[in-house]
Design a protein around this ligand. Structure first.
Ligand SMILES: [Zn+2]
Ligand SMILES: [Zn+2]
Length: 395
């Protein structure tokens, strides 16, 4: 819980996260412009001047340092900071050594040299960062309640995973490895959902921030965390879900030859293709609910390995042999632990509130304000956060 403790004195609205930008490729030249008012430019902590909206600062590596140039400034430094004058301001950034569009970020930019290239870090308040992630991850035209639950889980994820990239000099990256973030949110509906859930995060019954895992479609039944990752989490429990059954990723099919299928099971698990009883179990298999193992065979055939090896969309599928072909008919898409996105979208459309939806997919969790979290931390373990629908923090 150090991620939470470290913030004890800071009001929720001012909490910042440090995001490593463009981590998927190296950037060796960047153009920075200010957005919504001017930016102050600092070199190794010393103010160099102001960057007006009409100018741009070009930054590139120079030996073990950086060189920077604009119409009014020219300097070298080991660390450059671009800080917007207005609280609502920000900067625009373009990696000029390759194709790709310019992106607009809230908060400030820090640049240091890294192995002959640039390390670009966006220091951004938690709320605009959350809005940026929801707009990049959730996509357009969803229901307000769906955006609200996305805001809560993206905010929670950011704080739970704040130590992920610390050795590299920032907290989270801007790619799928952490959460996709392409800068400022431009969608009003998302902005409203983030405001309506401002500072709210999910904690478990021990008041610890949860790992708010999600997947595309559970196929009608989510999974216990320990069945997939061998670590139990009391809030990641298997639950039935009828809301996602008609969604785009509810079903899938894969056809392969009988020889491929049995050959794979033999090579991978030492399955004996000469044992007719066992062969029948893997050619005519119809799970009644989510199983961990395929058929009722020895050796055991763990479905999570079958899914990984054959790149199947889920571990929830039936097998039927027809002549020389074997047809796998599957349900769902993804690991099925935690929140089912397509089910959540359908619940939001059907009029459920975001709190109802979160409580459906995460067992015994509480929605609390970050400032309350600090309060409970300070009071020790005798206090519990307010329950669902009770107290000022339950919205
Ligand atoms: Zn990452
Ligand atoms: Zn589902």
């Amino acid at each position: 819980m150090t991620a939470v403790r470290g913030f004890a004195q800071v009001p929720a609205a001012e909490r910042e996260v440090r995001i490593g930008l463009h981590r998927e490729r190296t950037v060796s030249q960047a153009l920075v412009m200010s957005h919504r008012g001017a930016c102050q430019v600092f070199a190794d902590g010393v103010r160099m001047g102001e960057l007006p909206a009409t100018d741009g600062l070009r930054i590139e590596p120079a030996g073990k340092a950086l060189s920077a140039r604009s119409l009014a400034m020219s300097f070298t430094a080991k660390r450059i900071e671009v800080v917007p004058v207005l609280a609502t301001g920000g900067f625009r950034l373009k990696a000029t050594d390759r194709k790709g569009s310019e992106r607009d970020y809230p908060g400030r930019l820090e640049v240091v040299p890294a192995n002959g290239a640039l390390m670009l870090v966006n220091r951004v308040p938690l709320e605009p960062y959350t809005a940026g992630v929801v707009s990049a991850e959730a996509g357009k035209e969803h229901h307000q309640e769906y955006y609200k639950l996305q805001a809560v889980s993206c905010r929670t994820y950011a704080l739970t995973n704040q130590r992920k990239h610390l050795p590299e000099g920032f907290e989270l990256c801007d790619g799928v490895h952490c959460q996709v973030y392409h800068g400022r949110n431009r969608n009003d509906s998302i902005g409203m959902a983030v405001d309506a859930t401002k500072g709210l995060v999910l904690v478990d019954s021990d008041i610890k921030l949860i790992h708010a895992t999600f997947h595309s479609n559970c196929g009608g039944e989510t999974m216990n965390a320990e069945d997939l990752w061998s670590k139990q989490e009391p809030y990641l429990r298997a639950t039935r879900d009828t809301f996602c059954l008609a969604a785009p990723h509810a079903t899938w099919e894969r056809s392969l030859s009988r020889r491929e299928w049995l050959g794979y099971l033999d090579r991978r698990f030492g399955f004996n293709p000469a044992d007719s009883g066992q062969v029948h179990a893997v050619l005519q298999y119809e799970p009644q609910c989510r199983d961990l193992y395929l058929g009722n065979t020895w050796p055991l055939l763990p479905l999570k390995h079958v899914r990984e090896d054959l790149k199947l969309k889920s571990t929830y599928f039936s097998v039927r042999a027809d002549g020389d072909r074997v047809l796998l008919r599957g349900r769902g898409f993804g690991h099925a632990v935690g929140l089912c996105q397509e089910g959540a979208m359908a619940m939001a459309k059907a009029g459920r509130t975001y709190t109802d939806i979160l409580h459906h997919y995460y067992s015994n969790v509480h929605l609390v304000d970050l400032s309350t979290l600090d309060f409970f931390r300070d009071e020790g373990d005798t206090l519990r956060p307010p329950g669902r629908g009770a107290g000022p923090q339950a919205r």
